[in-house]
Design a protein around this ligand. Structure first.
Ligand code: ADP
Ligand code: MG
Length: 292
């Protein structure tokens, strides 16, 4: 490969907000036939907002939010930030949590004002022996709208749910269309609930969805597609995407995301605009044509 044409490609990428760290990533981009995309923060803006708080009879709604948000101060998850933000907007006095445990892709537990609090998805609650059935229908209704429902338990008993919505980026739909009309297969990969994932996918015309994937397994999905003979690009923003970005043929991080994602990727989309993926393919073709 002549370094000169690669350098030209890298320079043109930079003008388009496509930061190429690794020249090989640019070279491989033209051969990519599957793009795997994380949902939260990649397809969506990544700034989720609380849209509903529903308390069960044993607690009031404001106290439910206050306890959940106090605990979530200890988490760096975007969902956690949305609960803290909502509590602050309502000027609720947040407490300092203690004894916090936060298993990745599941939720968080700890003590707030002497009460044991757990926040997380339904499976996490059932792991803790907490039944969420009384709220299943409400949760499903929010999920069908594309929102994420997290359950809250206080002192070992279900206390309510919080629905959180993250809008799709303005640029996502056109960016995906450019890829599919170029013959690229798009697969959504998310730790979020299947109903939520399918609702967002439907809105975007994505037909392949891998949902409820634990952080450790995201890389396995990418490896499986590669083992099937595909040249796979993975786009993601989170700490939990880093291993998948690292094993993909081309890792594509959002410049709006975490440092660890950017460190694991060969390409960074500065503003998180996914149209950069199609741009990178175009640059790759032009670059490789020049070399041949
Ligand atoms: P994604 O792949 O969409 O970025 P994650 O793997 O980070 O999602 O999380 C998967 C799910 O785990 C979330 O949708 C949520 O239900 C639950 N979860 C993870 N972290 C937290 C947290 N700090 N508080 C509440 N729920 C959480
Ligand atoms: Mg994400």
């Amino acid at each position: 490969a002549t370094p000169m044409s690669v350098m030209v490609g890298v320079g043109r990428g930079a003008q388009l907000g496509v930061l190429v760290k690794n020249a090989e990533a640019l070279e491989r981009m033209e051969k990519v036939d599957v793009v795997v995309v994380d949902k939260t923060g990649t397809l969506t803006v990544g700034k989720p907002k609380v849209v509903a708080v529903e308390a069960l009879r044993n607690i009031d709604e404001v106290e439910l939010l206050r306890l959940a948000a106090s605990l979530e101060r200890a988490s760096e998850h975007p969902l956690a930030a949305s609960m803290v933000q909502e509590a602050k907007a309502r000027t609720l006095p947040l407490s300092e949590p203690s004894g916090v445990e936060s298993p990745a892709g599941k939720g968080i537990t700890g003590t707030v004002d002497g009460r044991s609090v757990a926040v997380g998805h339904a499976a996490f609650m059932s792991e803790k022996g907490i039944a969420t059935d009384h709220h299943t229908a409400a949760a499903e209704a929010y999920r069908r709208e594309g929102a994420t429902a997290v359950f809250i338990a206080v002192d070992g008993k279900a206390a309510g749910l919080i629905a959180i919505a993250d809008p799709v980026k303005d640029t996502t739909e056109a960016a995906l269309k450019a890829l599919t009309s170029d013959g690229v297969r798009v697969v959504m990969l998310t730790g979020d609930n299947r109903t939520t994932a399918l609702a967002v996918a439907k809105r975007l015309g994505i037909t392949e969805v891998e949902a409820e994937v634990l952080p450790d397994h995201k890389a396995d999905v990418v490896q499986r597609l590669r083992a099937e003979g595909h040249v796979v690009a993975m786009a993601g923003d989170g700490v939990n995407d880093a291993p998948a970005l690292a094993v993909a043929d081309v890792g594509i991080a959002m410049g709006t995301g975490t440092d660890i994602a950017m460190e694991s990727a060969g390409i960074t989309l500065l503003k998180g605009d996914l149209s950069g993926i199609a741009h990178a393919r175009g640059l790759s073709r032009a670059t490789m044509a020049n070399i041949r």
